[in-house]
Design a protein around this ligand. Sequence first.
Ligand code: ATP
Ligand code: MG
Length: 564
Amino acid sequence: MKQSQLLIPTLREAPADAEVISHKLMLRAGLIRQLASGVYTYLPFGFRVLKKVQEIVRKEMDRAGAQELLMPAMQPTELWRESGRYDVYGPELIRLKDRHDREFALGPTHEEVITTLVAGEVSSYRQLPTTLYQIQTKYRDERRPRFGLLRGREFLMKDAYSFGRSWQELDDTYRAMYEAYTRIFTRVGLNFRAVQADAGAIGGEGETHEFMALADIGEDTIVVSENGNYAANLEKAEMFWEEPAASEEEVPPMNRVHTPDVHTIDQLCGFFGREASAFIKTILYRIDDQPVAVLVRGDREVNETKVLNALGGERIELAEGSDVERLTGAAVGFAGPAGLQGVKLLADREVQAMTSAIAGANETDYHVEYVQPRRDFAAALVGDFRNATEGDLSPDGSGALKFYRGIEVGHVFKLGTKYSEKLGADYLDEEGRRQTAIMGCYGIGISRILSAVVEQHHDEHGIVWPEEIAPAKVHIIPASVKDETQMKLAQELYERLRSSGVEVLLDDRDERAGVKFKDADLMGLPYRIVIGREAGEGRVEFKARAAQEKETLTVEEAFARMNG
Ligand code: ATP
Ligand code: MG
């Protein structure tokens, strides 16, 4: 490849709207360009990386026994009504009508289409188990498309779906996919963790893991134990818990305390001279239209996913101010568990174990002290309703929990019969009885991987591509294209490397050497060979992009290195 003939429009400065480093570098290195919010063109070098990632994914999927197919992006929305997801999916689903007024959606995912396909084509136990996958453009009208390819509205995904005859078969496929994912993310060069994730109330018994690329700008918080054996998404993360011994302390009756202008936990701590852990936080929610109060210690945060799962609910939202006032009979900020009527009380187990706590009094400008769980209020449900915090012990005894930020690059999920039941994916077993197929689904954000890799592999000068997915392996740079000796040597080396199958880019542009070096650093090919003053003696300057030092090598040595 000759740089003078390629469209690699590098930029000195990143456009102002690019916030994160990967987005800036991908624009500056001439890999992508935005057409509309969350909609991008992959320029030739960006496309090369995308294809390499696809090839790795394809190889590992094939090796794991999955078969590739390609489904349409256009899906009749009837299928979404059948699966019950038409309304749940909401405005993220891009809908359109054909000339006959029939409604379609642009596929954000393909459970409906694949399950309908299998329902029609698979009828006997002999055809199972089977795993089918595709690499295809997906459409999601994300509320906040951002960070370049990290959260697009049109993006490339690998989605696989497995159909089996038993949970055991699903477990086996799940494990094979999990292992394939581990190989894929290792091969593309990501520093990642597989974490337990929440399957949601509708996920049923579904086990699920997310593969998280570690990065400060990641939108997910992941929780990992000291020795690394326990790793979970914050939504899911549990913590070690031991029921404390019952306190013998004699607690005086509850006492109302006038607390005007005391609102935040900090202010309360100052006013009462107590730690945040001495307070009960009472948070009011509306869960599937029922009012619910969740109690956590003053130093904790409610975990809404855990609350929702405990109640088997579908939607959780904070109660509005007017609801809080109506339910507590007080201004917002004075809710408490004692005397709260008409609201289901959920107490975090830490709250249930408190003695002599302080809480809101359900009366404007008042709190109560000496609140005693059980004596002064009865929780309908006691359980783990809080977020883990750093320093909590992991539930499996593998040490204190630490927090990291992650980018979700992949997701494996045991679906069970959620879709196969609704869409009729059943088969006849050995005894001729009708059975429902047991499904799993497995996604990888192919285009998102590019951003995640750049987020992890760069320095102040530009991208530092991992070799397996770099757009090319080596960048040959003649310092001056006007110097015949340099150009001749560069051309020869270029041709030799090319014919031995090495992916090589020759910077044959008539630019100043400094400009070319800057571009080379920005573009980040793993190796650079500069042909300069010593060209006459057959010597070149060799540097790995990730290394500090340059070496002087003979052309032969440089050639051998690149063929190693
Ligand atoms: P997120 O929580 O980031 O929105 P998701 O849970 O909606 O992800 P899935 O439906 O599991 O994602 O999709 C499978 C994979 O597709 C994800 O693991 C992620 O890597 C990728 N992905 C999802 N949404 C986007 C997007 N808007 N842009 C790019 N990649 C995406
Ligand atoms: Mg999403």
